[in-house]
Design a binder for this molecule. Structure first.
Ligand code: AMP
Length: 205
Protein backbone atom coordinates (compact mmCIF):
# COMPACT_ATOMS: atom_id res chain seq x y z
CA UNK A 1 0.00 0.00 0.00
CA UNK A 2 1.30 3.44 -0.94
CA UNK A 3 -0.51 6.44 0.45
CA UNK A 4 -0.26 10.21 0.47
CA UNK A 5 -1.83 12.27 3.28
CA UNK A 6 -2.82 15.73 2.18
CA UNK A 7 -4.22 18.55 4.29
CA UNK A 8 -3.47 22.03 5.59
CA UNK A 9 -1.29 22.69 8.64
CA UNK A 10 -3.25 21.71 11.75
CA UNK A 11 -5.45 19.18 9.92
CA UNK A 12 -4.06 16.31 12.01
CA UNK A 13 -2.08 14.64 9.22
CA UNK A 14 0.78 13.56 11.47
CA UNK A 15 -1.46 12.00 14.15
CA UNK A 16 -3.54 10.11 11.62
CA UNK A 17 -0.56 9.13 9.48
CA UNK A 18 1.16 7.51 12.47
CA UNK A 19 -1.95 5.45 13.31
CA UNK A 20 -2.69 4.33 9.75
CA UNK A 21 0.96 3.43 9.05
CA UNK A 22 0.96 1.23 12.17
CA UNK A 23 -2.31 -0.45 11.16
CA UNK A 24 -1.11 -1.26 7.65
CA UNK A 25 2.51 -2.01 8.69
CA UNK A 26 3.90 0.50 6.26
CA UNK A 27 6.62 3.13 6.75
CA UNK A 28 5.48 6.56 7.93
CA UNK A 29 7.49 9.10 5.94
CA UNK A 30 7.11 12.64 7.23
CA UNK A 31 9.30 15.10 5.33
CA UNK A 32 8.77 17.61 8.17
CA UNK A 33 10.14 15.08 10.71
CA UNK A 34 13.07 14.29 8.41
CA UNK A 35 13.92 17.98 8.10
CA UNK A 36 13.61 18.54 11.87
CA UNK A 37 15.98 15.58 12.43
CA UNK A 38 18.49 17.22 10.06
CA UNK A 39 18.11 20.48 12.00
CA UNK A 40 18.72 18.73 15.33
CA UNK A 41 21.77 17.00 13.92
CA UNK A 42 23.06 20.35 12.67
CA UNK A 43 23.71 19.07 9.13
CA UNK A 44 24.20 21.43 6.19
CA UNK A 45 20.73 20.52 4.92
CA UNK A 46 19.24 21.14 8.37
CA UNK A 47 20.89 24.55 8.65
CA UNK A 48 19.70 25.55 5.17
CA UNK A 49 16.13 24.37 5.93
CA UNK A 50 15.88 26.04 9.35
CA UNK A 51 15.25 29.62 8.24
CA UNK A 52 12.73 28.53 5.59
CA UNK A 53 10.82 26.33 8.03
CA UNK A 54 10.78 29.03 10.70
CA UNK A 55 9.38 31.49 8.15
CA UNK A 56 6.65 29.00 7.17
CA UNK A 57 8.11 28.68 3.64
CA UNK A 58 8.71 25.51 1.66
CA UNK A 59 12.11 23.86 1.32
CA UNK A 60 13.15 23.68 -2.40
CA UNK A 61 11.62 20.84 -4.42
CA UNK A 62 14.96 19.31 -5.50
CA UNK A 63 16.09 18.94 -1.87
CA UNK A 64 12.83 17.23 -0.88
CA UNK A 65 12.71 14.98 -3.95
CA UNK A 66 16.23 13.65 -3.44
CA UNK A 67 15.45 13.04 0.26
CA UNK A 68 12.40 10.98 -0.78
CA UNK A 69 14.27 9.09 -3.52
CA UNK A 70 16.74 7.70 -1.02
CA UNK A 71 14.18 7.22 1.79
CA UNK A 72 11.88 4.90 -0.21
CA UNK A 73 14.82 2.63 -1.04
CA UNK A 74 15.21 1.73 2.63
CA UNK A 75 14.21 -1.71 3.92
CA UNK A 76 11.21 -0.62 5.97
CA UNK A 77 9.53 0.62 2.76
CA UNK A 78 9.28 -2.84 1.19
CA UNK A 79 5.68 -3.26 2.38
CA UNK A 80 4.69 0.19 1.26
CA UNK A 81 4.73 3.66 2.77
CA UNK A 82 2.64 6.63 3.74
CA UNK A 83 3.79 10.14 2.87
CA UNK A 84 2.86 12.78 5.43
CA UNK A 85 3.54 16.29 4.18
CA UNK A 86 4.80 15.20 0.76
CA UNK A 87 4.16 16.09 -2.03
CA UNK A 88 3.51 19.74 -1.30
CA UNK A 89 3.83 21.15 -4.83
CA UNK A 90 2.85 20.02 -8.32
CA UNK A 91 6.57 19.62 -9.15
CA UNK A 92 6.95 17.22 -6.21
CA UNK A 93 3.83 15.29 -7.29
CA UNK A 94 5.20 14.99 -10.84
CA UNK A 95 8.52 13.71 -9.48
CA UNK A 96 6.70 11.22 -7.25
CA UNK A 97 4.74 9.83 -10.18
CA UNK A 98 8.09 8.98 -11.79
CA UNK A 99 9.15 7.05 -8.68
CA UNK A 100 6.10 4.92 -7.85
CA UNK A 101 2.34 4.45 -8.20
CA UNK A 102 0.29 5.81 -5.31
CA UNK A 103 -2.85 3.85 -4.36
CA UNK A 104 -4.75 6.62 -2.57
CA UNK A 105 -4.39 10.25 -1.59
CA UNK A 106 -6.22 10.90 1.67
CA UNK A 107 -7.35 14.52 1.79
CA UNK A 108 -8.09 15.58 5.39
CA UNK A 109 -10.44 18.55 5.42
CA UNK A 110 -10.72 20.96 8.34
CA UNK A 111 -12.49 24.36 8.16
CA UNK A 112 -9.85 27.09 7.87
CA UNK A 113 -11.07 28.94 10.99
CA UNK A 114 -10.15 25.86 13.11
CA UNK A 115 -6.61 25.48 11.77
CA UNK A 116 -4.91 28.24 13.76
CA UNK A 117 -6.26 26.93 17.06
CA UNK A 118 -5.28 23.38 16.19
CA UNK A 119 -1.75 24.19 15.04
CA UNK A 120 -0.94 26.75 17.76
CA UNK A 121 -2.16 24.44 20.55
CA UNK A 122 0.05 21.59 19.42
CA UNK A 123 2.92 20.50 21.67
CA UNK A 124 5.52 18.00 20.49
CA UNK A 125 8.03 15.78 22.17
CA UNK A 126 11.52 16.70 20.95
CA UNK A 127 12.77 13.20 21.84
CA UNK A 128 10.25 10.77 20.32
CA UNK A 129 8.15 13.06 18.12
CA UNK A 130 4.84 12.34 19.91
CA UNK A 131 2.30 15.10 19.38
CA UNK A 132 -0.38 16.46 21.75
CA UNK A 133 -2.89 19.28 21.88
CA UNK A 134 -3.29 21.48 24.94
CA UNK A 135 -7.10 21.01 24.73
CA UNK A 136 -6.68 17.29 25.41
CA UNK A 137 -3.49 17.06 27.46
CA UNK A 138 -2.28 19.69 29.88
CA UNK A 139 0.80 17.82 31.19
CA UNK A 140 4.28 19.21 30.58
CA UNK A 141 5.97 15.92 29.80
CA UNK A 142 5.60 13.35 27.04
CA UNK A 143 3.39 10.40 28.01
CA UNK A 144 5.55 8.05 25.92
CA UNK A 145 9.07 8.94 27.02
CA UNK A 146 8.79 11.62 29.75
CA UNK A 147 10.71 14.35 27.87
CA UNK A 148 9.56 17.96 28.30
CA UNK A 149 7.08 18.95 25.61
CA UNK A 150 7.59 22.08 23.53
CA UNK A 151 5.88 24.14 20.86
CA UNK A 152 7.38 23.89 17.40
CA UNK A 153 8.83 27.27 16.36
CA UNK A 154 6.71 27.15 13.22
CA UNK A 155 3.51 26.59 15.28
CA UNK A 156 3.62 30.22 16.49
CA UNK A 157 0.56 32.05 15.20
CA UNK A 158 2.25 34.35 12.68
CA UNK A 159 4.11 31.45 11.08
CA UNK A 160 0.99 29.29 11.00
CA UNK A 161 -0.75 32.01 8.96
CA UNK A 162 2.13 31.90 6.47
CA UNK A 163 1.99 28.11 6.33
CA UNK A 164 -1.74 28.22 5.59
CA UNK A 165 -1.16 30.77 2.81
CA UNK A 166 1.62 28.63 1.33
CA UNK A 167 -0.64 25.58 1.58
CA UNK A 168 -3.45 27.36 -0.29
CA UNK A 169 -1.15 28.64 -3.03
CA UNK A 170 1.16 25.68 -3.57
CA UNK A 171 -0.32 22.52 -2.05
CA UNK A 172 -4.11 22.83 -2.42
CA UNK A 173 -3.82 22.54 -6.25
CA UNK A 174 -2.82 18.91 -5.60
CA UNK A 175 -6.46 18.16 -4.69
CA UNK A 176 -7.46 18.82 -8.32
CA UNK A 177 -4.28 17.10 -9.55
CA UNK A 178 -5.09 13.85 -7.75
CA UNK A 179 -8.85 14.12 -8.37
CA UNK A 180 -8.10 14.12 -12.11
CA UNK A 181 -6.03 10.98 -11.57
CA UNK A 182 -8.85 9.36 -9.57
CA UNK A 183 -6.78 8.95 -6.42
CA UNK A 184 -8.48 11.24 -3.89
CA UNK A 185 -10.49 10.12 -0.90
CA UNK A 186 -11.75 12.96 1.30
CA UNK A 187 -12.21 12.67 5.04
CA UNK A 188 -13.71 15.10 7.53
CA UNK A 189 -10.83 15.95 9.88
CA UNK A 190 -12.97 18.10 12.17
CA UNK A 191 -14.07 15.25 14.44
CA UNK A 192 -12.69 13.27 17.37
CA UNK A 193 -9.30 11.71 16.56
CA UNK A 194 -10.68 8.14 16.70
CA UNK A 195 -13.56 9.03 14.39
CA UNK A 196 -11.19 10.50 11.81
CA UNK A 197 -9.07 7.33 11.97
CA UNK A 198 -12.17 5.16 11.54
CA UNK A 199 -13.30 7.21 8.51
CA UNK A 200 -9.88 6.90 6.89
CA UNK A 201 -9.94 3.13 7.50
CA UNK A 202 -13.37 2.89 5.84
CA UNK A 203 -12.28 5.02 2.89
CA UNK A 204 -9.27 2.79 2.26
CA UNK A 205 -11.26 -0.47 2.26
P1 AMP B 1 5.36 19.62 8.53
O1 AMP B 1 5.98 18.94 9.70
O2 AMP B 1 4.89 18.67 7.48
O3 AMP B 1 4.30 20.62 8.92
O4 AMP B 1 6.53 20.46 7.83
C1 AMP B 1 7.18 21.52 8.50
C2 AMP B 1 7.91 22.39 7.50
O5 AMP B 1 8.91 21.63 6.82
C3 AMP B 1 7.05 22.97 6.39
O6 AMP B 1 6.36 24.15 6.79
C4 AMP B 1 8.10 23.24 5.32
O7 AMP B 1 8.87 24.38 5.64
C5 AMP B 1 9.02 22.03 5.45
N1 AMP B 1 8.55 20.91 4.60
C6 AMP B 1 8.06 19.71 5.02
N2 AMP B 1 7.73 18.93 3.99
C7 AMP B 1 8.00 19.66 2.87
C8 AMP B 1 7.83 19.41 1.48
N3 AMP B 1 7.31 18.28 1.02
N4 AMP B 1 8.22 20.40 0.62
C9 AMP B 1 8.76 21.54 1.05
N5 AMP B 1 8.92 21.85 2.35
C10 AMP B 1 8.54 20.91 3.26
Amino acid sequence: MKLVFLGPPGAGKGTQAKRIAETYHIAHISTGDMLRAEMRAGTELGLAAKSLIEAGKLVPDDVIISMIESRIKQDDCRNGFLFDGFPRTVAQADALSGLCDIDYVVNIEVPSERLIHRACGRRICPECGASYHIDFYSGENCKECGAKLRQRDDDKEETVWNRIKVYEEQTAPLIAYYTERDKIVTVNGDQEIDDVTADIGKALK
